[in-house]
Design a binder for this molecule. Structure first.
Ligand code: NDP
Ligand code: 2IT
Length: 445
């Protein structure tokens, strides 16, 4: 058995039932195969066996009291995956589907994503199976305070810095930060995604979506194309989807879809700036369903459906993992889609990834294309440490430069390993080598 197969066997045996984690590991292992075969030092240092094992997993009880006085109990997680190149860094996800396998897949992806950003950040992820849907502000606050009461002993500005992800935005980061500050008795950058008036960074809310589009622009430039005039399908309607649409509009593209966990809207006339404002109010303030958009703006609503059968030039999955199946990918290709840039983490299943890569479309995997979010979190950490905020233009310029650099690393690395244009290989190998070399330098730890 080869080194890669052996590691995959160990991972399967040690992590039974954690299918998203196994999926993420299998993809990275397949990509780094030639690097491992060409560099005996990685095998001698058992880098693969070490890199698939989180440095620390914290699992805890989160008890809280709901509005009717009932006691509720959720599970909290923080997976501190790898600190070879910096403090653990990565978001928190509050969603009923959360279990250890989801947090481990996200933490594992984060290790390589953070490595690609060029900033000194290790990888981690956390969250809870708490469902924020239908909860009052008070219930969200009580839950966040209980969650942080335990989490606070495991994090810190130089140790582990959480941020948002699905179900965790500015409101939740506020409650979490308030409780952290109260218990730790210090105002430090132990969380990112903070609001502007109390330590946040300009452009952080926009960063994942804008970055995903900057990455798409770079991919299109390699064949002399641009986003102007392109018909674009976007999934999701949360933080990443909203700013993906905003940037696409600014660049002259036409966005025709958005979705949520209940269904998809198809607006052939395009989701203009004014219509996007409606979506932001609907999702961020009123916390309603995307279905309302259809009635208000005379668009199609497709209950229970995803956007991938809508004809488009470019697709931007910005909702969740495995939201593009092999069959969806085939439909996108049949309809002439030439580019997929992933705002979400691992939104394409392995069959979809295989199709995109083998048909040689411009396919930007999440760990490269959505790295703008965590990159600006890294810049928020820098600003907090300096106690100096940077202007909007400066942060946006740095975001663009970072996305250009990630794109360059992917291209050059893929080329170097004889896989020209394969952004999956490029991202996985470039992300891996930096972390693996740091692990070798630091000995067997
Ligand atoms: P939000 O909570 O703001 O929005 C999530 C969106 O995805 C909502 O529209 C939600 O619908 C939909 N969604 C969530 N789960 C499912 C599901 N199981 N099936 C269908 N739709 C679903 O999260 P974000 O926008 O922050 O995150 C979206 C994706 O981007 C995630 O994969 C996340 O990991 C990734 N990401 C986020 C970054 C960030 O900084 N926030 C950075 C990089 C990546 P509904 O409202 O019905 O639940
Ligand atoms: O998946 C991700 O990169 C995020 N949710 C953002 C993490 C962060 O620390 O900003």
């Amino acid at each position: 058995m080869g080194a890669i197969e052996e590691v995959l066997e160990i991972v399967k045996r040690r992590n039974p039932g954690e299918k998203e984690f196994l999926q993420a590991v299998a993809e990275v292992m397949e990509s780094v195969r030639p690097v491992i075969e060409a560099n005996k030092v990685y095998q001698e240092g058992r880098i693969l066996e070490r890199i698939v094992e989180p440095e620390r997993v914290v699992l805890f009880r989160v008890p809280w009291v709901d509005d009717s006085g009932g006691v509720q109990v959720n599970r909290g997680f923080r997976v501190q995956f790898n600190s070879a190149i910096g403090p653990y860094k990565g978001g928190l996800r509050f969603h009923p589907s959360v279990y250890l396998g989801i947090i481990k897949f996200l933490g594992f992806e984060q290790v390589f994503k953070n490595s690609l950003t060029t900033l000194p950040m290790g990888g981690g992820k956390g969250g809870s199976d708490f469902d924020p849907k239908g909860k009052s502000d008070g219930e969200i606050m009580h839950f966040c305070q209980s969650f942080m009461t335990e989490l606070c002993r495991h994090i810190g500005a130089d140790c582990d810095v959480p941020a948002g992800d699905i179900g965790v935005g500015g409101r939740e980061i506020g409650y979490l930060f308030g409780q952290y500050k109260r218990i730790a008795n210090e105002f430090t950058g132990a969380l990112t995604g903070k609001k502007l008036k109390w330590g946040g960074s300009l452009i952080r809310p926009e960063a994942a979506g804008y970055g995903c589009i900057y990455f798409a622009e770079e991919m299109l430039k390699t064949c002399g194309e641009s986003l102007a005039g392109k018909v674009c399908a976007v999934s999701g309607s949360g933080n990443v989807a909203q700013y993906t649409v905003e940037k696409l509009n600014q660049l002259g593209a036409k966005v025709v879809s958005l979705s949520d966990s209940h269904g998809t809207i198809y607006d052939e006339d395009g989701i203009t700036e004014a219509k996007l404002k409606f979506v932001m109010d609907l999702k961020n303030v009123r916390r309603g369903r995307i279905k309302e958009y259809a009635a208000r703006h005379n668009a199609d609503y497709r209950e229970g459906k995803r956007p991938w059968d809508i004809p488009c030039d470019c697709a931007f999955p910005c909702a969740t993992e495995n939201e593009i199946s092999g069959a969806d990918a085939a439909t996108l290709l049949k309809n002439g889609c030439i580019l997929v840039s992933e705002g979400a983490n691992m939104p394409s299943d392995p069959q979809a990834v295989h199709l995109f890569v083998s048909k040689r479309i411009l396919y930007g995997p999440g760990k490269a294309a959505n790295a703008g979010g965590v990159a600006i979190s890294g810049l928020e950490m820098a600003q907090n440490a300096m106690r100096l905020p940077w202007p909007r233009e400066e942060v946006d310029r740095r975001l663009r430069d970072i996305m250009i650099e990630i794109h360059r690393q992917c291209r050059v690395t893929a080329e170097q390993w004889g896989q020209s244009g394969n952004y999956v290989m490029g991202a996985n190998i470039a992300g891996f080598v930096k972390v693996a070399d740091a692990m070798l330098d630091q000995g067997v730890v």
